[in-house]
Ligand binder design. Structure first.
Ligand SMILES: Cc1cc2nc3c(=O)[nH]c(=O)nc-3n(C[C@H](O)[C@H](O)[C@H](O)COP(=O)(O)OP(=O)(O)OC[C@H]3O[C@@H](n4cnc5c(N)ncnc54)[C@H](O)[C@@H]3O)c2cc1C
Length: 379
């Protein structure tokens, strides 16, 4: 088989930008196409920051990937001279009677030799004085976890790609009735075509992807900590995941305030037409949650809000596979709300798949995947 020499990557979110950079480093002539600016506000990768942690239940692959990606982020930070990853740690709050995910994560971290420790409930008030640890059995702590400045890292990846000789162009790619990608009325011409359009993938690939994903809205609230107080800063507080309450967040950093996301219901989102404004019910529920878990923030003003989207698969595994009918076309979809952290590793993985170094991992395949029940789609 002839060696691939050219590639087009569509979607300059973290998946596409990282893949474009990886393919460029393999010596291909690569064009990265996006309908908007890399890291724009409606892209999932355009958020302020994203948690990087290795805890992932029994799954070893994502645990390993997150560790490798951490190194990738540190290397990119050195290459670009920007702070991209902040190692503030992450704590998974195991709820009384529902600790199976944290228990499994703990075993996986132990098996893989990933640094972690368990802080029993009795220690939490001393370790995290601003957290109300009511209902929590223990905290599973990863001291080498933290967060990545998402938009900054997406732009930095794209800039590094340009610096290394890649080409970026603006354009909206569409697909024809056979799901063949086209730009400006012509099929995309390249040895390798990677479609990494995040939550837009279902619309572009109604037959191959649409039934495998559900796009869900995420409402982000940022709270301004009390003046002069550092207890909510990334120097004092880790990233946190409160599984029992379907909530997670990031300490104050980069001037964004203390971030909290509460998933109280599967909410729908119109990717292109809707104003990105958090609704009053979500604000009220998130505030109520914050005032219970972080009482010191109960009356503090909201300093920022953001609306994002994730594309869930039924088993939360990504979709990374060849198009069933177009062998040159690789599809990257179904981020399931946890792809960002893995950015540099996903880029290398997709590039290796595109260059036929391996078949995709069975868990990422399009075929034999559960479809999403239409009745369970978000409202
Ligand atoms: C609130 C929130 C919190 C999250 N927290 C975490 C976290 O803590 N840790 C973590 O790892 N992950 C987290 N995630 C998930 C993470 O942000 C996503 O998995 C990741 O950013 C997905 O990247 P992507 O490149 O696949 O998609 P995107 O970033 O959405 O990029 C897709 C790109 O494709 C472009 N595009 C779309 N259609 C077309 C077209 N027709 N033609 C050309 N270009 C097109 C878009 O403009 C966009 O730039 C979170 C997500 C949200 C919303």
């Amino acid at each position: 088989m002839a060696r691939s020499t050219s590639a087009v990557v569509v979607g300059a979110g973290i998946a596409g930008a990282s893949t474009a950079l990886a393919l460029r480093r393999q010596g291909l002539a690569v064009t990265l196409v996006d309908a908007w600016e890399p890291g724009h506000a409606a892209a999932a990768s355009g958020g302020e920051h994203r948690i990087l942690r290795a805890s992932h239940g029994t799954d070893e692959l994502y645990a390993r990937w997150s560790r490798d990606a951490r190194v990738g982020w540190l290397q990119l930070a050195e290459q670009t001279g920007q702070e991209l990853f902040v190692q503030c740690g992450a704590v998974m709050l195991a709820r009384e009677g529902h600790t199976s995910w944290e228990d499994a994560s703990r075993q996986t971290l132990t098996r893989l030799g990933i640094p972690h420790f368990v802080a029993p409930a009795s220690e939490l008030p001393a370790r995290l004085p601003v957290l109300d640890s009511h209902g929590i059995t223990y905290g599973l702590w990863e001291p080498e976890a933290g967060f990545v400045y998402a938009r900054r890292a997406t732009v930095a990846t794209t800039e590094q790609f340009l610096h290394e000789g890649g080409v970026l162009r603006r354009g909206r790619v569409i697909t024809d009735s056979r799901e063949h990608p086209q730009l400006d009325g012509r099929p995309l011409e390249a040895d390798v075509v990677v479609m990494a359009c995040g939550a837009w993938m279902g619309g572009l690939f109604p037959r191959s992807v649409r039934r495998l994903v559900e796009v869900v809205r995420q409402n982000v609230i940022m709270i301004e900590p009390p003046a002069g107080e550092t207890a909510y800063d990334h120097g004092s507080f880790p990233c946190w995941i409160d599984h029992g309450n379907n909530a997670y967040g990031i300490p104050a950093a980069g001037g964004y305030g203390f971030k909290a996301v509460l998933v109280w219901k599967q909410l729908s989102i119109d990717l292109d037409e809707e104003d990105r404004i958090v609704d009053a019910t979500s604000i009220a529920r998130t505030r109520r949650y914050i005032s219970q878990r972080f009482p010191g923030l109960a009356d503090r003003p909201i300093s920022g809000m953001a609306v994002g989207q994730i594309a869930n698969t039924i088993d939360t595994h990504f979709l990374i596979d060849r198009h069933p009918e177009h062998d040159r076309v690789i599809l990257v979809a179904g981020d399931s709300g946890h792809l960002f952290k893995h950015g540099p590793v996903v880029g290398d993985y997709v590039a290796g798949l595109a260059l036929r170094r391996y078949e995709t991992d069975p868990r990422f395949r399009l075929g034999a995947r559960g479809t999403i029940d239409p009745a369970s789609r978000p409202q």
